[in-house]
Design a protein around this ligand. Structure first.
Ligand code: ADP
Ligand code: MN
Ligand code: MN
Ligand code: MN
Ligand code: MN
Length: 366
């Protein structure tokens, strides 16, 4: 693994910005999983979204528009501190739009803008205060270019010792990449991303971080910003981040985005009743959910390696082979949340969180 260069502690960071700030505008590109960003100078500090101008970019270079009609508009939706540049500099999560008509009078959401799709669903369920905690699993690949890739800690052209020692591992023979995980953890805290924890995962070179609990649409904003920060941290280590749900075929762990979900009534005394009602509703919508739970998820949800089968909806207390797990302490306390174990690592959290609300929360039919 390459040395951490630590460029951000070098001298140029301390140079005067002369009352200007740098805003890094960040958006999801046309692949629906890769992130793009560019920077601009603004005058003075920024406190709220309304102070930030819209901007645009060349969508023909990001699979979001044609060359002839290339402009994609970006609108700021959430602001975070920029832990790399420090000071009053900011990271700005944006949503993407294209022209809805030939006269260019109206905008509509661009192809991978699922945030706008989710907003009315969350608005209808505002009174239910839906909370989400997403466990983002990912892989670290050593990379010199786009074509040669090797999982961190794996031998050249071969396989490491079989899975067993790597989950929550400690020690150089079983744990690779802790510095990256930790730099990312600190970056999230510094940025104001609601990260709740992290751990080494079942496969060597695989890690997880957890975002949440976040209410409503903010789960998507925070998870996407956490993914951005991880990509940036990886740059400094020469490590690329993969959200492929099953990068290595066979008896090697896939990657998921377990989505923990609750409403106010599930969290209150006796909420277990609402929890079982939600599970009943989910059981009737298996197909609709699986369509939004990530590409290549069928390669991961085999019923092996602590996954459920993609074919069959199941639920169980403390069961890591079920579609929905009820955590043991939730069953004991008779209130809390459920864990949907089906979403893959490459999901769009705006989609997964909003379909959970639309299926489980009464009065938010969409
Ligand atoms: P696991 O035991 O499945 O590995 P983790 O500890 O990795 O679970 O993640 C649990 C996630 O659930 C965390 O992101 C946490 O913030 C979230 N969470 C906790 N309570 C709730 C709740 N009431 N509603 C929604 N999410 C919750
Ligand atoms: Mn240019
Ligand atoms: Mn976890
Ligand atoms: Mn995990
Ligand atoms: Mn989990």
């Amino acid at each position: 693994m390459k040395q951490y260069y630590g460029v951000y502690s070098s001298n140029f960071c301390n140079w005067e910005q002369n009352d200007k700030i740098i805003a890094e505008y960040i958006w999801i590109d046309g692949t629906g999983i890769n992130i793009r960003s560019k920077s601009r100078t603004l005058s003075g500090t920024v406190e709220s979204i309304s102070e930030l101008p819209d901007w645009n970019f060349d969508g023909s270079s990001t699979q979001q528009a044609s060359t002839e009609d290339s402009e994609v508009t970006i609108k700021p939706v959430a602001i975070f501190h920029d832990p790399f540049r420090g000071g009053d500099n900011i990271l700005v999560m944006c949503a993407t739009y294209v022209w809805a008509d030939e006269e260019r009078t109206k905008l509509r959401p661009a192809n991978t803008n699922f945030r706008d799709f989710s907003l009315p669903i969350f608005e209808a369920a505002e009174g239910d205060h839906p909370w989400f905690g997403i466990e983002q699993e990912y892989y670290l690949f050593e990379t010199n270019n786009a074509f040669t890739k090797k999982l961190l800690g794996w031998p050249e052209g071969g396989y490491p010792a079989k899975e067993g020692p790597y989950y929550c591992s400690v020690g150089a023979s079983a744990c690779h990449g802790r510095a990256i995980m930790d730099a990312h953890y600190r970056a999230c805290l510094a940025a104001g991303v609601n990260i709740s924890g992290t751990n080494a995962e079942v496969m060597l070179g695989q890690w997880e971080f957890q975002i949440g609990p976040c209410e409503g649409v903010t789960i998507g904003d925070h998870l996407w910003m956490a993914r951005y920060l991880l990509g940036r941290i990886g740059e400094d280590f020469g490590i690329s981040i993969s959200y492929d749900p099953k990068p290595i075929k066979g008896d090697w762990a896939g990657a998921g985005c377990h989505t923990n979900f609750s409403t106010e009534s599930m969290r209150q005394e006796g909420g277990i009743k609402e929890i079982y009602e939600a599970i009943e509703k989910l059981s009737e919508k298996q197909k609709e959910h699986m369509e939004l739970y990530g590409e290549d998820n069928e390669k991961r949800l085999t019923g092996k390696n602590e996954t459920c089968s993609i074919e069959k909806f199941t639920c169980g207390v403390g069961d890591r082979g079920a579609s929905i797990r009820i955590p043991s302490n939730v069953e004991i306390e008779k209130k809390g949340y459920i864990e949907d174990r089906r979403p893959a690592s490459n999901i769009d959290p705006y989609l997964v969180s909003s379909i959970l609300v639309s299926t489980c929360v009464a009065g938010s039919e969409h």
